[in-house]
Design a protein around this ligand. Sequence first.
Ligand code: SF4
Length: 257
Amino acid sequence: MPAPDATYASPAAEKAWADHAILDFFYGHLPPAPRRMPMRELISTVLSHRTTHADEELAYDRMLAAYGDWPGVLAAPTAELAHAIRTTRWPDTQAPRIQEILRRIQTETGGAFDLDFLAEWPVDRGMAWLTDMPGIGLKTASLVLLFNYHKPVLPVDAHVHRVAQRVGFLGPKVSVEKAHSVLLALLPADGETLFNFHKHNYWHGQQICFFLKPNCPRCPLKGFCNYYQEHYGAATAEALAATPSQWDPAAWGKLPH
Ligand code: SF4
């Protein structure tokens, strides 16, 4: 929990920090760790656009099975590559994008298909380089820089966006794109904190703060959540006392990745 005498730049910053502190305890603090290798994170996230996780994985596996490695994917006839990744939403768009991304990486490294040079670059330079590539937006660039290189950036997806707006530290009209910089300004510029904030709010949106029918009575954020107060009134002492304080896999199920 934040220290009682801590001072914050704004009420929104105080709420964002309280959200982080409570969810960090509720879900458990995580050491920053990549979920997959940098090249896989980058290309898989491109493939995942409006595509289910299972179909994204199928497209990735078929692509590598067909062409063996990144030089093979780059050299593949683009129409054939599109067929290999046909389980993605827009294979005819994604295939030339993937090849252009591989071409730019190869140019930057002098031949290798490796993103580790991003670890040495300042955050702004890495973000600018990644988002200049076709099909790479703020969320994908932030995921690679935060997950793989622990840079102080914050990926914002629909779940993080929804929780932040409902709790009330993000304005109702702030877009997902704009939220990347707005939320980042409320939080400490520390990769580990931002990694946990992202993961926990993402899980919260998936498991409790659903788009339809959020499970507010069981939510540990209800004591200061705007949405809760609008729909249920201020949380009573009894409601707070009856709220689970920690994630219980037996009661709630397994957390997503
Ligand atoms: S109280 Fe309800 S709306 Fe607020 S964060 Fe929790 S689940 Fe979401």
